[in-house]
Design a protein around this ligand. Structure first.
Ligand SMILES: CC(C)(COP(=O)(O)OP(=O)(O)OC[C@H]1O[C@@H](n2cnc3c(N)ncnc32)[C@H](O)[C@@H]1OP(=O)(O)O)[C@@H](O)C(=O)NCCC(=O)NCCS
Length: 322
């Protein structure tokens, strides 16, 4: 078995690249897609990914990010492990484990002392990560609103709501920056990341509901999908706590006769009291979990960033789940 990174991967293997996503039931992400991703301002690491190859077959793959992490003692760069996949006919042979070790090995000389990844507690991969020293450090909360009552549709004086139209993403970035001042986590988010997501087709501007106070945009909510039964929201960002309630009213108005379902965003924890007071069921955690592993010994890594992850100041939204 040989390990390659994207730039050293033999061209003859390019046709197999897209199949990893297919095996997970997702659309193929072939070499053209990967090249587009690399051209955009994403947090992809310089080597992008590592691949395990044997007998002309691409068997396992891990993509990696180089992310900022703001802790109690400042910001450092950390490794973000994403898209860990082994081809179904090659599982159980230690390939993912070997690639993860390779990612860790590469990170230390570059000064990285922590590695993070997202997974689900109930997935087999969780055991693999634990055996390599990763531990659960955070799990995103969620909240489900009550069935609508007559109160719904009340406007909050001084606020109005529009849908985002701009494709630059700059306005959303500014709101996010304001909302995360003094907060901890994968901050600041890569400049240009909203525009990158639009260009890759991962998000649409119009799926962002914008909350204005007068002429100032003070919040946004990403609504990736709407069903007949609920309005699903996975990134709710407000520039200050005083905008939490107007945002909730805006979401409820957008939901109309449907329930509001909020997932994977710090808004739930920040506004938990408000949500509960309005009849929402608030779940403090989910099956999704953030895991972290120190890449060096405790005497060398300085701040233990795991403590930042249990601090209420942690701000994590869907866009921080890689
Ligand atoms: C999870 C996945 C990447 C593992 O790849 P792999 O190459 O088979 O993993 P390895 O052989 O290196 O690791 C094996 C270890 O992982 C754990 N493991 C892997 N799959 C497991 C499963 N289904 N159930 C329980 N443990 C599992 C075991 O601890 C095992 O250790 P052992 O061999 O000492 O028993 C692969 O099953 C896969 O691609 N799954 C679908 C995509 C996915 O879930 N990716 C993870 C996203 S977070």
């Amino acid at each position: 078995m040989r390990i390659y990174e994207l730039d050293t991967l033999p061209r003859s293997l390019y046709p197999q690249l897209g199949a990893f996503a297919l095996s997970g039931g997702e659309p193929p992400q072939d070499i053209r897609f990967v090249r587009d991703v690399r051209k955009l301002p994403t947090a992809a690491s310089d080597y992008f990914a590592v691949y395990a190859v044997e007998d002309g077959q691409l068997l396992s793959r891990i993509e990696t990010l180089d992310l900022p992490f703001r802790g109690h003692h400042g910001t450092q760069r950390v490794v973000g492990v994403s898209d860990v996949v082994t081809r179904p006919d090659a599982v159980g042979r230690g390939l993912a484990r070997t690639l993860l070790r390779e990612v860790h090995r590469r990170a230390v000389p570059q000064g990285r002392t922590w590695s993070f990844l997202w997974t689900h507690r109930s997935w087999g991969a969780h055991r693999l990560y634990e055996s390599l020293g990763y531990e659960d450090v955070y799990s995103p909360p969620s909240a489900l609103g009550p069935f609508p009552s007559r109160r719904r549709g009340r406007r909050t004086v001084g606020y109005r709501v529009t849908r985002e139209r701009s494709r630059t993403g700059k306005r959303l970035e500014r709101i996010l920056t304001r909302s995360t001042l003094g907060r901890l986590g994968f901050l600041p988010r890569t400049p240009g990341s909203f525009e990158a997501k639009y260009r890759l087709g991962w998000r649409k501007p119009k799926n962002h509901l914008l909350l204005w106070q007068g002429r100032t945009p003070v919040g946004f909510a990403h609504i990736p999908e709407e069903s007949r039964w609920s309005l699903g929201v996975n990134e709710v960002v407000v520039a200050g706590p005083e905008h939490s309630e107007p945002m909730l009213r805006a979401l409820e108005k957008a939901a109309g006769r449907r329930r509001v379902a909020i997932q994977g965003t710090s808004y739930v924890r920040d506004a938990a009291e408000l949500l509960r007071g309005n009849g929402y069921v608030v779940l403090e955690s989910s099956h999704r979990v953030l895991m972290a592993k120190p890449l060096v010994s405790p005497t060398t890594y300085g701040e233990d960033v795991r403590t930042a992850c249990s601090d209420p100041a942690l701000a994590i939204h869907r866009g921080d789940m890689f």
